[in-house]
Design a binder for this molecule. Sequence first.
Ligand SMILES: Nc1ncnc2c1ncn2[C@@H]1O[C@H](COP(=O)(O)OP(=O)(O)O)[C@@H](O)[C@H]1O
Ligand SMILES: [Mg+2]
Length: 450
Amino acid sequence: MVMINLGIGRTDSAKKHGERTKRSLNLKNDEANHITLLGKSGYGKTTIMRGMIEEIYSSYSDAGIPPIIIVIERKVDTSKPKKVIEIYHEESKKSTEKYIYRKYGDGVWNYIGHYVNELENDTKLRYGLMGDFAIGFPNILGKYTKAGIDEYKTLLGRHGLSPAAYPARRFVFRPRRDIENIAFDNGPLTEVISSKLAYPDIPFDIIADMNNLGEQTRYFAVLKNIWDISKIRDPKEVLSIAESYEKPNSAPSQTYLRIDETMNRLKTDILFTDETKDSFLKQITNKKINILDFSQNSELDSYEECLLFKLVVQHAINVAIKYRIPVFFVVDEVQNFMKDSNGKWAIDKILREGRSLCINLICATQYTDNLPKDILIGSSHIGIMGKLASNTDTKTLEKLIPDFKDVVDFDEPGSLSEWEGMKRKLRFRGYFSYNKDFTEHIEYRQPQSL
Ligand SMILES: Nc1ncnc2c1ncn2[C@@H]1O[C@H](COP(=O)(O)OP(=O)(O)O)[C@@H](O)[C@H]1O
Ligand SMILES: [Mg+2]
């Protein structure tokens, strides 16, 4: 069992203003620990997931079982770099260097100075797109921002934490901008890889889809036969087999031409490589936090994202069987994967196989409405950030969590200003239901990274 710090809970859950105490969550090594986070947009789901990743990374590593953490990132957040610039100038103006160094750490602050300087002189618009999971960038925002509930403490200070960067390996697919620039935006401990899929890893489906190969055609049948049944995964070899089917001394057939065209596409697409050792699957590691960058940095359509996700899940299952390492998938906006059969396959697989292999799913979404019941039923723990997004969700959770009705209580604001104050206070706070059996109010642990 490994314990991670979850945040500050109440010793007496029945009391509205009871005494507060540090809470940890026990994660089991011999079964899955799926966690679902729910809550309206803007209340801190993504931020708190980052905190959980840091806890999992350090606690498991300290226990001598470094886990594989795979984060699926969907967005960049342009507001974070802007806030970093603001804070840098605010602090420099109003505080002494000595005070700033003590507050943020001199290494961190000097790095921030360098980052701000580069951003402000960035006439070519190379920077400013920071990932939702900039795990390699120290969170100076959390050290600057006052906790809504306690005017004397900052978000991080309330939890006794300081800004820190964690090592991350970021996988970008068909990069839309220079990988050095992506690395710079995501902090000093971020390594960026222009990721490739080796031919042997590519299932026929992806080739057929990429090239709009009609299922009823002859070239579809011939190519499927060579690629998937004979498992010939080398474009040159594929072509020579296709050639052997041709009639001698006659013009090349439609089938041959289409296969030729398809193989050329494979060779020119930078997503693919003939070097098996360069496959990004082989670069997934337990030494760093792995981030699959499905944000604007990568040029992928949603079908390809889901397929890559599926391949990574298949790979993780093999690794988990072979090396018995715990695996954590962190999937933000999980509903996005549910519309696609590969995405759904991947989530289902983690939910089911996870139990025996210790493959865990930590996911977040705004509504339960569009979520398959399997996710909530399969979740060991459910967290709520801020408020729930709809009454239907309240009803769903009441059915699932026996003590939900007794414990969970969302105040309704009486006026617009009350609503604004409440929103500030509720951010990063809410409820946590342990094993869907004990629910309490909690202020979630803040992330040290941005
Ligand atoms: N450490 C932090 N301190 C203050 N604000 C933050 C911090 N990290 C993120 N934010 C801001 O808080 C807001 C809500 O966070 P987010 O986690 O994105 O919510 P959600 O995922 O629930 O929509 C965002 O606007 C984000 O920029
Ligand atoms: Mg979010």
